[in-house]
Design a protein around this ligand. Structure first.
Ligand SMILES: NC(=O)c1ccc[n+]([C@@H]2O[C@H](COP(=O)([O-])OP(=O)(O)OC[C@H]3O[C@@H](n4cnc5c(N)ncnc54)[C@H](OP(=O)(O)O)[C@@H]3O)[C@@H](O)[C@H]2O)c1
Length: 280
């Protein structure tokens, strides 16, 4: 893969949850290209194996592990598998997460709802519950399981994935917004809690990218952009969507002891200035 710059992670071992996804897969490849051994964690081992074979094709070392970030026993089993093979773990990237489509509220503002339409009031909050679980609990539980073995390791790092919705809630996705605000808060909490134990804890907050997770919000079925996609570009001072590869430099900076040794508790936006822009 094309790296924006290279850091030396040889001898290091990273676990990437959601390593089978768009951002997680890219992060797994980037860490491997810098010399780390990478465990690609997702529920589907088959999807993990695909990422592993791409890493191996590029000369890197990786293994696919199947685990559910909401299930402690499966995480403990994957931790054992990784430790048995590579002996230690010093980097955890919590990439598993995302929005649950059925949790979306269909309009930006209540007064826009047509009579009889689904609104926030008629929403089944069970789906919001799933979304909060996946993003918050799905970050906390791997942090508990893998964080325990990060203690005492050189260059011990946890990187979480937050979102623009953590700074200001985005319309239509109250559960996801609350979930990612929770991830940001937990990142800061962990940074303080682990500060003297040598584990740095930071997060990347991606702006807007065209990925599978947000495709339906950004494109109509005929492939034309939705009004929401136009609002996003208008609200981004750099006036464009990001390229997912723009997220790699932020990760490499945060896991590099030379680059960010005194940096912990940071939620690093990669967003073309979306999160600070008020429109005037
Ligand atoms: N895409 C964006 O523009 C964007 C913007 C801001 C933030 N983010 C955040 O960035 C992260 C990655 O996003 P993405 O676009 O790469 O998502 P993605 O392509 O949907 O990947 C998410 C991955 O998480 C894994 N996963 C889901 N539930 C899991 C579970 N219970 N246990 C273990 N693994 C699970 C899935 O793999 P399996 O199906 O194999 O389990 C999937 O491959 C997410 O936290 C997302 O919220 C994305």
């Amino acid at each position: 893969m094309n790296l924006p710059f290279k850091i030396d992670l040889s001898g290091e071992v990273a676990v990437v949850t959601g390593g089978t996804g768009v951002i997680g897969g890219m992060y797994a490849k980037a860490l491997a290209a810098c010399g780390a051994k990478v465990a690609v964690l997702g529920r589907s081992k088959e999807n993990g194996d695909k990422v592993v074979s791409e890493i191996e094709k590029d000369g890197g070392e990786a293994m696919a592990v199947s685990a559910n970030v909401l299930d402690r026993d499966s995480l403990l089993a994957s931790r054992k598998e990784i430790l048995d093979k590579w002996g230690h773990i010093n980097i955890l990237v919590n990439c598993a997460g995302g929005a649950v489509k059925a949790a979306q509220v269909p309009q930006d503002h209540f007064h826009e709802a047509e009579e009889g339409a689904e609104t926030f009031f008629t929403k089944d909050l069970e789906n919001v519950h799933k979304e909060l679980d996946l993003n918050i609990y799905g970050t906390m539980l791997p942090t508990q399981v893998f964080g325990e073995v990060l203690v005492g390791q050189d260059n011990a790092n946890i990187i979480n994935i937050s979102s623009m919705s953590a700074y200001h809630p985005l319309t239509r996705i109250p559960g996801y917004s609350a979930g990612k605000a929770g991830v940001a808060s937990f990142t800061e909490w962990c940074a303080i809690y682990f500060a003297k134990s040598g584990i740095r804890v930071n997060a990347v907050a991606p702006g807007f990218f065209h990925t599978t997770q947000n495709h339906a919000l950004q494109f109509n079925e005929d492939g034309t952009p939705t009004p929401r996609a136009k609002h996003i570009v208008d609200a981004t001072p750099m006036e464009k969507f990001g390229d997912p590869e723009d997220l790699v430099g932020a990760l490499l900076y945060l896991v590099s002891p030379k680059g960010s040794n005194f940096v912990t508790g940071v939620i690093l936006p990669v967003d073309g200035a979306f999160h600070i822009f008020q429109g005037v």
